[in-house]
Design a protein around this ligand. Structure first.
Ligand code: GLU
Length: 486
């Protein structure tokens, strides 16, 4: 069946995260591609929690995945939790056992280890030789009386397994490369390959869109599905996300760099994250980089998802984020940075909204993330900052003579700012320029000497904005402090 035939019927897709940690950038991409595909076909997007690995699954992780998806705006139409569906899996396992497509395996860990060693010696592609396929009832009785707890294995049939993939094309898998996989552990818990394909069938999933890391699981799932008489969903395996050295992006090697929540905490916008994640493996044309969510729904096309890995380029994410931040008006940007100021303990509730908005306005388009607001504006809230040594050396000078001249400039400016009748932008600016121009002082030298005095650094918003926002008293006080340090 081809895609157009399938998409004529009701599209049902799913994202099936294992709640064993945070939501990974790759997981967000899987969610997004499925969600976009569902939305553009008026289909159903299902969130299925793959938590049959009880030892590694946690509620906290499940909650974190929900939160991250909600933050991204990826809403689900139906939700299932696999650990609540045991009886369904058990029923299908019985069916596989009854029909002879699966069998109990009583091998102990030690025996399995021996089999593995032998098969390695014999250069076999299989690490399990299927010896429990034909156990006599006597043997079974003996094992049971020894208290052995069996696993259940699926029988890999002796024929080629055809895997059709919407992105990677079709392949035939040699059954010798597969082995009789354990589908139920000895503690009775079913394994991923069983639960996954059973749920795909039970939930009438039409398209399984997931990462290429699951490619090896697909033929095993096809074997199980065929044995159970299921219709197969269409498969689409999306390429790996790589770092800039070509290594697969993973929690293990890249830590929280791959955690969606990290970006949320650092002040990235969900729009930027979605736009970024959408372009990991999918391209529209070679030009367009900015896509709104609506545009993604309209333009996303599985047929334009490439086969090869896509590189996670943090610079691009930063660029997208500043683009989306700059789209926001000052009021929205202020709303977004207030929690960052609060977290840093910079606000004491006496600040007026208008003053905060003017600070944000003065910062202008300098924010890559909302967290950048801290280094860029800390000095508005406190005079407890260091004078940056490099800036000091350059603009206050290192020789006595230079220091003396900076001191003179600051003293004169302090006097001028004390004397001006009003402390508004225009009056401040023209008084400062009058002083520099009449005394043949380079404007930049005066500006930077003052900027370091007021902020500790040599860069930031327009100096006159800073002067006015700090207000006369604070400016005069800070110049005093600078003169004492110069
Ligand atoms: N639980 C699997 C994962 O998190 C899901 C794989 C699938 O989509 O089938 O990778």
């Amino acid at each position: 069946m081809n895609e157009s035939q399938k998409t004529d019927e009701q599209v049902r897709v799913r994202m099936a995260p294992s709640p064993t940690g945070f939501l990974h950038v790759g997981g967000a991409r899987t969610a997004l591609f499925n969600w976009l595909f569902a939305r553009q076909h008026n289909g159903t997007f299902i969130l299925r929690i793959d938590d049959t690995d009880a030892a590694r699954s946690t509620d906290a992780s499940m909650q974190e995945i929900f939160d991250a998806l909600k933050w991204l705006g990826i809403n689900w139409d139906e939700k299932y939790v696999q650990s609540e569906r045991r009886n369904i899996y058990d029923r299908y396992v019985s069916q596989l056992l009854d029909s002879g497509h699966a069998y109990y395996c009583y091998c102990t860990q030690e025996e399995l280890e021996e089999i593995r060693t032998e098969s390695r010696k014999a250069k076999s592609t299989r690490s399990y030789d299927g010896r429990c396929r034909e156990l006599s009832s006597d043997m079974v009785e003996r094992y049971v009386s020894e208290g052995r707890k069996p696993t259940v294995r699926i029988k890999i049939p002796d024929r080629q397994i055809r895997v059709d993939d919407m992105i990677l094309g079709s392949r035939n898998i040699d059954p010798l490369t597969l082995e009789d996989e354990v589908i139920v552990r000895s503690n009775g818990m079913p394994n991923y390959n069983l639960t996954s394909i059973v749920d795909d069938a039970e939930m009438q999933i039409t398209h399984v869109i997931r990462g290429t890391e699951h490619l090896n699981n697909t033929p095993k799932q096809i074997v199980i599905a065929t044995a159970l008489g299921f219709n197969l969903p269409l498969f689409a395996h999306i390429p790996l996300v790589l770092d800039d050295t070509g290594r697969k992006l993973s929690k293990r090697h890249h830590g929280d760099l791959v955690a969606v929540n990290r970006y949320r905490e650092q002040g990235y916008l969900p729009e930027a994250m979605l736009n970024f994640v959408a372009r990991l493996g999918w391209s529209y044309d070679d030009k367009q980089e900015i896509f709104s969510v609506d545009e993604l729904v309209e333009k996303f096309d599985l047929a334009r998802v490439g086969k090869s890995g896509s590189v996670f380029d943090i610079k691009k994410l930063e660029w997208l984020n500043s683009h989306y931040i700059n789209q926001l008006d000052v009021s929205a940007r202020t709303d977004a940075v207030i929690p960052f100021w609060q977290q840093e303990g910079l606000l004491d509730a006496t600040e007026e909204r208008d003053w905060l908005e003017r600070i944000v306005d003065a910062v202008g388009e300098r924010l890559t993330t909302f967290q950048d607001i801290i280094p860029q504006t800390r000095y508005f809230f406190t005079d407890d900052y260091e004078y940056e040594p490099k800036a000091v050396k350059k603009w206050w000078g290192s020789s006595d003579e230079k220091k003396q001249s900076a001191r003179e400039i600051l003293t004169n400016l302090q006097q001028i700012l004390t004397d001006i009748p009003t402390f508004d932008l225009e009056t401040v600016e023209s008084a400062v320029w009058k002083y520099t121009d009449e005394n043949d002082i380079k404007r930049v030298a005066a500006m930077q000497a003052m900027r370091i005095a007021l902020t500790g650094t040599s860069f930031g918003p327009s100096l006159f904005d800073i002067v006015v926002l700090l207000g006369k008293d604070e400016v005069l006080k800070r110049i005093d402090k600078a003169l004492a340090n110069l």
